[in-house]
Design a binder for this molecule. Structure first.
Ligand code: ADP
Length: 403
């Protein structure tokens, strides 16, 4: 294939994130973000990485995703990287929900779009935004292969015992209720990178991946295949997150409706946007929470303890699911940067072969690294995630196969 560039698009309801990569060496040629699409105060930030030039910012109304992508195309053209270039091999789109149907990256055609549309009831916030990005990009370059890379795909290998909720299967099937899991692109990338860090093949290792960003999820990966993950029908289940509650007794919802008089929309907003670390202490940024703890703030300390307690429970649960564990890998904003979270999450788990070496754990860096002592039975690793690279790699591999 002579064309070697892949544009990765991550289209949100009012944002468009992008990266242009050259797949000969996986280098990043440009990256950027359009925010507040549809408002008067839209902003485009573009970083021309290939030339090493300064980031450029442009403020002013950008009406819709179509206008946003055209503005991005213009910025890329200014760097000699226009979307009309014959060097562009494909566009890779992040799509949040692929249901059970999409088990791998898929070249987009009308039927694929229709299926992503059919999944809107289980991903009402994300799939419509992702579809907007797909339609916009297809209109701009109808001749170019476009690939959907699904957040759920990596988790489709989960056995039914992990993927099913214990409810009447007829009702579950009618409404497509099951545990799909999310952040799959990151879990796939990080579990493979962890195997590489250990100098072993992905098929030969069992890894617990802890993706701790603003959203957070854990997964149990046996020999490169996901066997359990903490998010479920939606990204609300599982770990305590920046603003999401994670696991709770479902009866809390009945109680809030019947006794608290809250509407379903209010409860939805409470659990998705006003809970987690933010709900507990008013901050969802781990840096700020650590700062407050250092000043003796009790609410921040309790929020941290609840966060870590849940994390530790999932490490234990996935240890049991896997039977033997070669590595626990921390990734994303909190996992990569917050040494106290890593230390607290494995504290007291020496019996499971888990420990961190305080000096190694304190070292900062953007390379994959092991932070457990050499004597530990299980490696504790920090493995920076790279979802854009993973999307580009999967997109390029698929397009290469088809041409
Ligand atoms: P997203 O889920 O939005 O992609 P990220 O993976 O970028 O999130 O993670 C963002 C979060 O990472 C922030 O909300 C913050 O809690 C945490 N974070 C980022 N940098 C640091 C740091 N240096 N120390 C501790 N936490 C950090």
């Amino acid at each position: 294939m002579t064309a070697t560039r892949v544009l990765v698009l991550n289209s949100g309801s009012s944002s468009l994130k992008y990266q242009l990569l050259d797949m000969r060496d996986s280098s990043r040629l440009a990256a950027g973000l359009v925010e507040r699409i549809g408002e008067q105060t839209s902003r485009l930030k573009h970083t021309p990485l290939a030339s090493g030039g300064d980031a450029r910012e442009a403020d002013g109304p950008i009406a819709d995703h179509d206008a946003a992508l055209k503005a991005v195309a213009q910025e890329l053209s200014r760097d000699g990287l226009g979307l009309d270039s014959p060097d562009l091999a494909a566009i890779g789109h992040r799509v949040v929900h692929g249901g059970m149907f999409f088990t791998e990256p898929t070249v987009i055609d009308d039927a694929v779009i229709a299926e992503i549309e059919r999944l809107i009831p289980v991903a009402p916030l994300h799939n419509p935004a992702n579809l907007t990005g797909i339609r916009t990009a297809r209109a701009l370059r109808p001749d170019l292969p476009q690939v959907a890379v699904f957040d759920t795909a990596f988790h489709t290998t989960m056995p039914e015992s992990a993927a099913r909720y214990a409810i009447d299967p007829r009702i579950a099937d009618r409404h497509r209720i099951r545990r799909y899991g999310f952040h799959g692109t990151s879990h796939a990338y990080v579990s493979r990178a962890t195997a590489a860090l250990l100098g072993r093949a992905p098929e030969d290792v069992n890894v617990i991946v802890l993706h701790l960003g603003n959203g957070a999820s854990a997964s149990a990966v046996r020999g490169g295949r996901c066997v359990d993950t903490s998010m479920g029908l939606t990204p609300l289940e599982g770990l305590v997150m920046g603003t999401r509650s994670g696991d709770l007794d479902p009866a809390v919802i009945f109680h809030l409706a019947r006794v608290g008089g809250m509407s379903m929309d209010e409860i939805d907003t409470l659990l998705n946007k006003r809970s987690g670390l933010f709900g507990l202490c008013g901050d969802n940024d781990m840096r700020e929470i650590r700062r407050r703890i250092d000043e003796g703030d009790e609410a921040a300390a309790l929020a941290f303890d609840i966060y870590v307690h849940r994390l530790k429970k999932y490490i234990g649960a996935y240890y049991a699911v896997l039977g033997t564990v070669d590595a626990v890998a921390f990734t994303a904003g909190v996992g990569e940067n917050a040494a106290p979270v890593r230390e607290a999450a494995v504290a007291g788990l020496e019996g499971l072969g888990l420990a961190v070496d305080p000096e190694r754990n304190a070292v900062r860096g953007d390379r994959p690294r092991i932070v457990s002592p050499d004597s530990a039975r299980v490696a504790v690793a920090v493995v920076p995630t790279d979802e854009e690279l993973e999307i580009a790699t999967q997109t390029y591999a698929l397009v290469g196969k088809n041409t």
